[in-house]
Design a protein around this ligand. Structure first.
Ligand code: PLP
Length: 394
């Protein structure tokens, strides 16, 4: 069959299966609210957990740097794209998470790709939690090592696989906070197992960095585990930091290897310096405004207390990611449009992003939400129409 026909057929089956993905262009800045087709909604699906994406200090740092340095870094880091601003950012990131050294990447996806490709060879093992973020899974697929997965959060299963493996080098990777479920990796157990089996551990803390731990340094800080030795931490900068990019932190020997060998670092243009400047401003705010984290936690607590008794399949999450399981994609889409009618913007998450039969709406909470916003959300989730949707699925 000609390509065009094949593609049209694939599109048709996606539409029939309710898995066709549609982009909605938002208007204005995206914050506590967002605007689509001229209508304003409460935004319950961004990753701007601390309300920094539109913070004046970040915008000022970025615009000031654009005035002085222009818009682009003009080259990759190893040519002439690495500016003092990037270096300061890396130094500050390392100091903030308590690591010897850090390296900034253009995206979290690229940072994840870098680790197995840099440290593993053919015959080595990359072991992953089954529900890891797609970028970690792709990193495992694209490298030369063998990819294996353990059952979600099941550290005993991970241990069995590691003990049986006779690979020369082993890497275990896990989300710190699982992006589609909001639950957290058992970091104490995983670090211990990795230590016993001489396995390198990479924690992708895209959703923990900035929000978890006493100072916001993330999941590892929350668990009292240091970054270093056999533990690498990855943080993304486009979520709680309200900026763009990502970093990996750890002992200098690992970070230096990434600088030497990571293809997704070497063969790409460095982040615009204005973005690095905005991220530096975000790290300042992490340290000087702990009340943002406190408000976020209060909002999460308020939401969970209120919906706990509703007949909803709310997942067991203590983080800002609060998914409600709906089962099939059609029901998830219906829930999304129902919530839109209540003035709420919450996207449906469907296969293949989540396993078949586990389509859901994923509510994300921010410190910017007012109690009245949460009440509006809670009222919509308590509505008869929502109840009917959840019952249909059961
Ligand atoms: C757990 C996790 N890792 C990595 C990424 C990728 O980060 P980035 O958006 O910076 O590419 C995301 C989301 O985007 C994520 O949720």
């Amino acid at each position: 069959m000609p390509w065009r026909e094949q593609l049209i057929q694939q599109h048709r089956s996606r539409v029939t299966a309710n898995t066709w993905r549609e982009r909605q262009a938002t208007q204005d800045a995206v914050g506590r609210e967002l605007k689509v087709n001229g209508k304003t909604y409460l935004n319950f699906c961004s990753n701007d957990y601390l309300g920094l994406a539109n913070h004046p200090a970040l915008a000022a740092a970025a615009t000031d740097t654009i005035q002085k340095r222009g818009t682009g870094a003009a080259a990759s880091h190893l040519i002439c794209g690495h500016q003092d601003i990037h270096q300061q950012l890396e130094n500050e990131l390392a100091a903030f998470v308590g690591a010897e050294k850090a390296i900034a990447f253009s995206t979290g996806y690229m940072a994840n790709l870098a680790v197995p490709q840099t440290f593993l060879e053919r015959g080595d093992l990359v072991l992953q939690d089954r529900l890891n973020h797609a970028s970690l899974i792709d990193a495992g697929r694209f490298c030369e090592a063998n990819l294996k997965r353990y059952r979600h959060l099941d550290f005993a299963h991970a241990q069995t696989i590691l003990l049986k493996s006779n690979a020369n080098k082993k890497l275990l990777t896990t989300d710190g906070v699982f992006s589609m479920d909001g639950d957290q990796a058992p970091l104490h157990e995983l670090t211990e197992i990795c230590r016993q089996t001489e396995t390198l551990l990479l924690i992708d803390d895209a959703h923990g960095f900035g929000v978890l731990g006493e100072t916001g340094a993330g999941s590892l800080e929350q668990h009292g585990i240091g970054v270093g030795g056999g533990v690498l931490m990855l943080g993304t900068l486009g979520k709680a930091a309200g900026s763009f990019g990502a970093f990996i932190a750890g002992d200098a020997v690992y970070i230096d290897s990434l600088i030497q060998r990571a293809r997704s670092y070497i063969y790409t243009t460095a982040l615009p310096p204005s973005i690095a400047a905005a991220t530096r401003a975000a790290i300042q705010i992490f340290q000087t405004e702990p009340e943002r984290r406190e408000k976020l936690n209060a909002n999460i607590h308020y939401f969970r207390q209120a919906v706990g008794d509703l007949p909803l399949k709310l997942l067991d999450s203590k983080t800002a990611i609060q998914p409600i399981l709906l089962g099939d994609s059609e029901t998830a889409l219906q829930a999304t449009s129902l919530l839109q009618q209540h003035g709420l913007w919450i996207t449906a998450i469907r296969p293949p992003t989540v396993p078949e039969g586990t389509a859901r709406i994923r509510i994300t909470i921010s410190c910017e939400h007012h109690q009245s916003d949460l009440d509006q959300l809670i009222a919509a989730l308590s509505s008869d129409a929502m109840r009917t949707l959840t019952e249909t699925d059961q």
